[in-house]
Ligand binder design. Structure first.
Ligand SMILES: Nc1nc2c(ncn2[C@@H]2O[C@H](COP(=O)(O)OP(=O)(O)OP(=O)(O)O)[C@@H](O)[C@H]2O)c(=O)[nH]1
Ligand SMILES: [Mg+2]
Length: 208
């Protein structure tokens, strides 16, 4: 049983950058990853809502920081995707800057979901995101998304590979399989959110 009724999550704000976000109090848990990795779909699956976060077949759908509230002071954050190579370079840079600024400066950020397509995980920008999270001392759960696209054995192989690569940071990084489509890994995701929302945190040390 979850401590929250995730189904009650509702949209509260959309911000083009960190200076436009609501007050930096309470606890935020954010979803990041390459464009099209399935961030918005994962938020919808987790909250058991069809259209809470906007999804699209076209990469680059989420351009702003979108915030959803579970209850007062407890928020889920949908961040713009990085690494969409068809977007102009300035747009790509801007999105990456929005995400890294958010990671480095947002004190209420207590947990990070890094989403990677299970067929193609650990691209350069994913690894950079992992390193940024480690530098900022933020706990990470990697979700290997779209697991319905591979058979079980291949999913397990990919899971082992990503766990192996991130093993040296296993105190801060966990990895699991996920599918919004086939509802795989949703209970575990909610458990992790419950844990982060419930934990007592000290102010994190941010190395800039
Ligand atoms: N087969 C399958 N498709 C998925 C899954 N999750 C997401 N998709 C599809 O992948 C595409 C992108 O999903 P989004 O949730 O919009 O991805 P996003 O990471 O939010 O993308 P941006 O906002 O552009 O960064 C959509 O066509 C989804 O239907 C999944 O678990 N399985
Ligand atoms: Mg999105």
């Amino acid at each position: 049983m979850s401590i929250f009724n995730y189904h009650l999550a509702h949209f509260i704000a959309s911000a083009p950058g960190i200076h436009h976000l609501p007050a930096d109090t309470g606890i935020e848990i954010a979803f990041v990853g390459r464009s099209n990795a399935g961030k918005s779909s994962a938020i919808n699956a987790c909250t058991n809502q069809k259209n809470l976060a906007r999804t699209s077949k076209m990469p680059g759908c989420t351009q702003f920081i979108n915030l959803f509230q579970l209850s007062e002071g407890y928020r889920i954050v949908d961040l713009p995707g990085y690494g969409y190579s068809n977007a102009p370079v300035v747009v790509q840079r801007k999105r990456k800057t929005i995400v890294t600024n958010y990671l480095k400066n947002r004190q209420s950020l207590k947990g990070l979901l890094i989403l990677m397509d299970i067929r193609n995980p650990l691209k350069d920008l994913d690894q950079q995101m992992i390193m940024s999270a480690i530098e900022c001392n933020i706990a990470v759960l990697v979700l290997l998304t779209k697991a319905d696209k591979l058979n079980y054995q291949k999913c397990i192989t990919q899971l082992h590979t990503v766990r192996q690569v991130t093993k040296i940071f296993s105190n801060i990084i966990q990895v699991q399989i996920f599918s919004a489509e086939k509802k795989i890994g949703i209970d575990k995701l909610r458990q992790q959110l419950d844990y982060w929302y419930n934990s007592v945190f000290t102010v994190r040390q941010v190395k800039l």
